[in-house]
Ligand binder design. Structure first.
Ligand code: ZN
Length: 372
């Protein structure tokens, strides 16, 4: 049994229209010469290609999946949203929410993207694979039950967990979202629930700007089952390791999940055009090592990651490779080509201490003991 790698070329054929970064072309905004919109196929295609040429692909179990059905989508999404999305997709595309443009046929591709995550969750649960990584698009963690948002057209991870529950009954699941943006969609899907612990590490006040505060802990039965960890811009490698040690790991141990799903955005990397967090390959390697360790300790190793954001074509593939290497327990000869320069640009000791004190205060408020 080895690590499952879930990929389908059709996910890369989803289009996001003619934009520069996130703004539509027009007026004084010159049409792009290259990929244009930040959420384009190239980061994911290059990650899949690096998995192959590095030799890591030979160690993985390559898997595909069926698209999600409409009935499965309705476990999370409103019929009105799905009708609008499908109608626009059947024509020339459009936007069924906020910052989430798509082209003709994206409804079916989104169903496939969500289907890949669903299959990975099922295979990890049933121990068809040891753990799993899903490279699919469109991503999911901003998508709300009744609207698309932030390039996300279906709530991939919530849909996958609800499919698992429909099959096997109640499951205590934890979602650890290390995408640099707040996992507001996943939070919204489970905000009233005590069977899903949602944890989001994100750059404070980035996207969505008004979401992701540490005080947002859930509602009703869900009170205490949502954990937001806002990090200061520029926090770098150490901010993530401190957040893991002081908040993520204690929260997981308190919750005792039966499966852990990582919303694996790789846009905290130092080259990303949509954030300013200064993380590097080694950051993702260390977070992956730790989450795998916690999954081994708490839930028999049941762990998967579903790809979310990440917009630096040149660097995302190396970050993603490190995650999959750690999950698979296999190191390739590939080294981080940018490590020397990025190590030299990490925040100063006084910044690290300030960020650590903030995290320590949040941990103390939650009753987590340092080093416990
Ligand atoms: Zn993101």
């Amino acid at each position: 049994m080895n690590t499952g790698f879930y990929f389908d070329e059709r996910c890369l054929w989803h289009t996001t229209g003619e934009h520069v970064i996130v703004a539509p072309v027009g007026g004084y905004l010159q049409p792009p010469s290259g990929a244009g919109h930040a959420e384009n196929p190239e980061t994911k295609r290059r990650l899949k290609n690096l998995v192959e040429v590095s030799g890591l692909g030979d160690q993985l179990s390559w898997r595909k999946a069926q698209p999600l059905s409409r009935a499965e989508m309705e476990r999370i999404h409103t019929p009105a949203y799905l009708d609008l999305f499908k109608r626009l997709s059947d024509c020339t595309g459009g936007n069924a929410g906020h910052y989430s443009p798509f082209g003709h046929g994206s409804f079916e591709i989104a169903a496939l993207s969500a289907g890949l995550v669903k299959q990975a969750v099922s295979d990890v649960w049933h121990r068809e694979v040891n753990n799993a990584y899903v490279v699919s698009r469109p991503p999911g963690h901003h998508c709300l039950p009744d609207a698309s948002m932030g390039f996300c057209l279906l709530a991939n991870i919530p849909l996958a967990l609800e499919a698992l529950r429909a099959e096997v009954g109640p499951v205590r699941a934890a979602v650890v979202d290390w995408d640099v943006h707040h996992g507001n969609g996943t939070e919204a899907c489970f905000y009233d629930r005590d069977d899903t612990l949602t944890i989001s590490l994100h750059q404070e006040n980035c996207f969505p700007a008004d979401k992701g505060g540490a005080a947002d802990r859930g509602r009703g039965r869900g009170e205490g089952f949502n954990l937001n960890i806002p990090l200061l811009p520029g926090g770098g490698h150490q901010a993530y390791l401190d957040a893991f040690a002081m908040l993520v790991e204690p929260a997981l141990r308190a919750f005792q999940p039966q499966i852990i799903v990582v919303a694996s955005g790789l846009d905290a990397n130092a080259f990303d055009p949509l954030a300013r967090m200064q993380a590097l390959v080694g950051t993702y390697r260390e977070m992956s090592r730790r989450i795998k360790g916690v999954a081994g300790e708490l839930c028999g190793g049941r762990l998967l990651a579903a790809h979310e954001g990440g917009y630096s074509e040149g660097y995302v593939p190396f970050c993603g490779l490190a995650v999959i290497e750690e999950f698979a327990g296999h190191r390739t000869p590939v080294q981080d080509p940018f490590e020397e320069i990025l190590r030299s640009q990490q925040p100063t000791a006084d910044f690290v201490a300030f960020q650590r004190a903030r995290l320590g205060q949040q941990a103390a408020n939650l009753g987590f003991r340092p080093g416990a």
